[in-house]
Write a protein that binds this ligand. Structure first.
Ligand code: NAP
Length: 446
């Protein structure tokens, strides 16, 4: 059978791997970008080289003869989902969670207030972002949310730029980070430290920043009975609390940057007239029912830049069902549901299936479940009318779509390595889509 997987991030790659392993399918992995790997390339922070090295495993998937990378093709724009049905017996949607959750407070859209997604896209060199989106002239930055993305953006803001030279961070980003005026980063959790979403390994890295004092108010770490019980039951939470307590006990060393980690503070308004100048917060507490509620006690913090790091959100794929409330495609064991009934031949994997949670490896079991459903259904799926693998490429060429195949991606990699070398670095990411496409065509397309 022929299967199209839409999205080449971890979920899409693991789905393609499972399909190839079955020996029953030839797989095209379509991506709207000319580059594969989704959030591994455009979400994992440049200094997390170990996590990024997962791309080596994913690379092997795309090198499997049963798998073909078809980049720079947007399903819903260049080709519709219905049209894919002409060329493929089944389609797996693994489009991730491409946008951010809204905060829902006044001033959220003031210039200087950004979603963490925008900042991550910028420092990862995502071709959709503006290359000059960030100047880092702010002295004080407020980060809202205490998940791993908040930790990532905080670390990139506080880390000496020189330490990023060895990474593949785009050169324009490196230059801005070198000129950064950021001195204070304030991170706010709306609940207590026992409810924070970050993981200990990521949290610890903040304490290892060479030129930053981490400041924690010991009063924020006092646990009520329920939180104390939660911490006693979950060793990971105990480890987080221990790290935070050690920082609360530490005397600041007078370093040039300060990271203020605050809990029990919920954002009420982003302040500013024509651009951001601060953030108003309300102190929270746990009430008798165990819910976190506002105390009415407000405070403001000066900030010339606000990063809202309150989670990602899935966006609909034109032609596929979508649960707006959840920001996900309705499904059961990976089978897409419309009005509660499976849509024949349509499947879903990854964040667009289960929501933006879990680590990269979580997508493996997630994709395997989806592929198991697909293979179970395979005998009863009607075959696609057009079985020639080149027919879909012919259609795209007719429409003027500059498809980037695997050889094109390899040429982009070579160009990035050459560009890095010219700058005295191992590799530097190419950012602009036009430049990526130019680099891709430097190799013969096979
Ligand atoms: P997340 O883990 O869901 O964290 C979101 C944070 O935003 C939470 O602290 C949440 O607080 C807070 N929040 C939500 N709505 C808010 C509001 N209206 N006001 C204030 N705070 C609000 O999401 P994420 O950080 O975007 O991470 C997404 C996934 O990627 C996670 O699974 C994460 O572990 C993973 N990731 C992993 C790594 C890594 O392994 N190194 C790096 C980056 C991301 P509440 O809990 O109170 O809702």
């Amino acid at each position: 059978m022929r299967v199209a997987v839409v999205g080449s991030g971890p979920a899409g790659a693991y789905a393609a791997a499972a399909l190839a392993r079955s020996g029953e399918a030839a797989v095209d992995v379509l991506d709207r970008l000319p580059c594969p790997y989704g959030l591994v390339r455009y979400g994992v922070a440049p200094d997390h080289e170990k996590i990024k090295s997962i791309s080596t495993t994913l690379q092997r998937v795309f090198e499997d003869p049963a798998v073909r990378f078809v980049g720079n093709v947007e399903v819903g724009a260049d080709v519709s989902l219905a049209e894919l049905g002409r060329y493929y017996d089944a389609v797996v949607l693994s489009t991730g969670a491409a946008t951010d959750r809204r905060l829902g407070v006044e001033g959220e859209d003031l210039p200087g207030s950004f979603s963490a997604t925008e900042f991550v896209s910028w420092y990862c060199g995502h071709p959709d972002g503006r290359i000059d989106a960030f100047g880092l002239e702010a002295r004080s930055v407020a980060v809202i949310g205490v998940g791993n993305v908040a930790v990532d953006v905080t670390r990139i803001l506080a880390r000496p730029a020189d330490e990023l030279r060895r990474t593949d961070v785009p050169d324009n980003v490196l230059q801005v980070l070198e000129r950064s005026r950021v001195e204070d980063v304030h991170v706010f959790g709306r609940r207590g430290p026992a409810q924070a979403k970050f993981t200990t390994k990521e949290l610890r890295e903040l304490g290892e920043l060479t030129d930053t004092d981490v400041l924690v108010d010991p009063a924020d770490l006092v646990l009520d009975e329920a939180a104390a019980q939660l911490v006693a039951e979950k060793p990971a939470l105990r480890r987080n609390l221990d790290v935070l307590q050690a920082w609360a006990d530490r005397t600041p060393a007078g370093r040039s940057r300060r990271l203020h980690l605050r809990f029990w503070q919920r954002p009420v308004a982003v302040l500013g007239d024509r651009r951001v100048c601060g953030l108003r917060l309300e102190r929270t507490r746990v009430d008798a029912t165990g819910s976190t509620v506002g105390t009415g006690e407000t405070s403001t913090v000066e900030a010339q830049m606000v990063l809202r790091s309150v989670g990602y959100r899935g966006v609909p794929v034109p032609g596929a069902p979508f649960d707006v409330q959840q920001g996900r495609i309705p499904q059961e064991r990976g089978r897409v549901l419309r009005d509660g009934e499976p849509v024949p031949g349509l499947y879903v994997a990854g964040w667009i299936k289960r929501g933006p949670t879990g680590v990269i490896g979580t997508n493996k079991s997630d994709a395997n479940e989806t592929v198991a459903s697909l293979l179970e259904d395979a005998p009863s799926l009607p075959p696609a009318p057009e079985s020639d693998p080149d027919a879909v490429l012919a259609l795209l060429a007719e429409r003027g779509v500059e498809v980037v195949l695997w050889s094109g991606w390899c040429a982009i990699e070579e160009a990035e390595i050459a560009q890095g070398r010219a700058l005295g670095r191992e590799r530097a990411k190419i950012v602009e889509r036009a430049e990526l496409l130019r680099a891709a065509t430097a190799a013969p397309r096979t």
